[in-house]
Design a protein around this ligand. Structure first.
Ligand code: ZN
Length: 125
């Protein structure tokens, strides 16, 4: 999956270890073109939950410009691998999941394959 490096630059500026920091990534096919930062309504350092109204607005806006939801981004206070809760939501949202370590910015991408998280190759553009 190709993602603009600007995403991580923005994440470094706006995200903190106080709360996981989610965004919807929009684009076409395997390329991310734009994104919407979303509020973590749990305000938790170890989990995130999105507001359905905000999610709907972000997706509707992107779709009106011909873009699809291609990935979901969020930060972790540790390794960028899906948590058990992430795996549960990956079943509901079968797009690529991009996770960054909030301290090191090590970033990895995953897609659910046969019930397990399989790594997706990331290319920063
Ligand atoms: Zn997570």
């Amino acid at each position: 999956m190709k993602i603009p490096a600007r995403l991580l630059e923005e994440a470094r500026r706006r995200c903190s270890p106080d709360a996981e920091c989610p965004a919807f990534l929009f684009g076409r096919g395997e390329t991310v073109l734009t994104w919407s930062w979303l509020r973590n309504v749990l305000n938790s350092p170890v989990a995130f939950l999105l507001d359905p109204e905000e999610m709907y607005k972000a997706v509707a806006e992107a779709e009106s410009s011909g873009l699809d939801l291609v990935a979901i981004f969020h930060t972790h206070p540790g390794p960028p691998a899906p948590s058990p809760l992430d795996l549960r939501y990956m079943r509901l949202w079968p797009v690529v999941w991009v996770i960054s370590n909030i301290y090191t910015w090590e970033t990895a991408a995953w897609r659910l394959k046969d019930g397990k998280a399989a790594p997706v190759r990331l290319e920063w553009i």
